[in-house]
Design a protein around this ligand. Structure first.
Ligand SMILES: Nc1ncnc2c1ncn2[C@@H]1O[C@H](COP(=O)(O)OP(=O)(O)O)[C@@H](O)[C@H]1O
Ligand SMILES: [Mg+2]
Length: 236
């Protein structure tokens, strides 16, 4: 009865003449958290770039609420309700926290509209730093800002590439807690990260990539129950 929000079918793409994805398929249903896993260089970020319209789909299709979305510009795709938290945060260094947040605000389609106040409630640290510039923030604060900025677009799907990369254990914990809260509030999530334990806790479904192909997908229980699989594809 759950609606399929995002559906990627047999996606192939790459860079120039170099093919990186060889028929990737995955789905995210409304309210679901899905992890995209696999060792470095297996195609996680490439999948996300194609999804966000930053790379063309060579073959296959990407459907948003059942409608083809591939071939559209990143701007149009973001407006459909997909909020990206890119690898390396990419907050605007010369804008303040406040300016970073209002720069991306988008009128929401849903009743639940994100406001500065809601973002500051979720991340009180950002409220304290609201007049600081992006380049004056710690890595953790930058990631909170990147998430807040994505939320200001009122996304139905939040996409995070390396959700907690380079953060201290304490800040990682804060990010995972905020993601759990967002999931509770009904936001769907597609996430990549190195921390399997946290992904198993947060996500309902997992997709493992190996050399640009999906080699396994399933729920947390099945992934927990299969150490050989984790050893083989995740080195975990
Ligand atoms: N901008 C790029 N130009 C050329 N090749 C790239 C580029 N970005 C990534 N690749 C290659 O694509 C493959 C998949 O990379 P990526 O999607 O970043 O993997 P992951 O996110 O799983 O670590 C790697 O072999 C990588 O070297
Ligand atoms: Mg990556």
């Amino acid at each position: 009865m759950s609606e399929v929000l995002l559906q990627i079918d047999n996606l192939t793409t790459g860079y120039g003449a170099s093919q990186v994805l060889f028929g990737v398929s995955l789905r995210v249903q409304t309210g679901q958290c899905v992890s995209l896993q696999g060792r470095n260089g297996m195609g996680k970020s490439t999948t996300i770039r194609a999804l966000m319209g930053m790379l063309p789909a060579w073959q296959g299709q990407i459907l948003w609420r059942g409608q083809p979305m591939h071939g559209q510009s990143p701007h149009v795709i973001a407006q459909k309700g997909i909020g990206l938290v890119p690898e390396g945060r990419q907050v605007f260094p010369n804008l303040t926290v406040w300016e970073n947040l209002v720069a991306t605000a988008r009128a929401g389609s849903s009743a639940q509209s994100w406001t500065l106040e809601r973002v500051f409630d979720l991340f009180p640290k950002l409220a304290q730093r609201r007049s600081h510039f992006g380049n004056q923030l710690s890595g953790g604060e930058q990631q909170m800002l990147a998430i807040g900025r994505a939320l200001m677009t009122n996304p139905d799907l939040l996409v995070l590439d390396e959700a907690t990369e380079g953060l201290s254990p304490l800040l990682r914990q804060e990010i995972w807690q905020s993601l759990a809260l967002l999931k509770q509030q009904g936001i769907s999530i597609l996430v990549t990260d190195k921390n399997l334990k946290q992904l198993l806790e947060l996500c309902d479904h997992h997709v493992i990539l190996q050399k640009g192909q999906v080699v396994w997908s399933g729920d947390s229980e099945s992934l927990i129950a299969d150490p050989a699989l984790r050893q083989r594809y995740l080195a975990a």
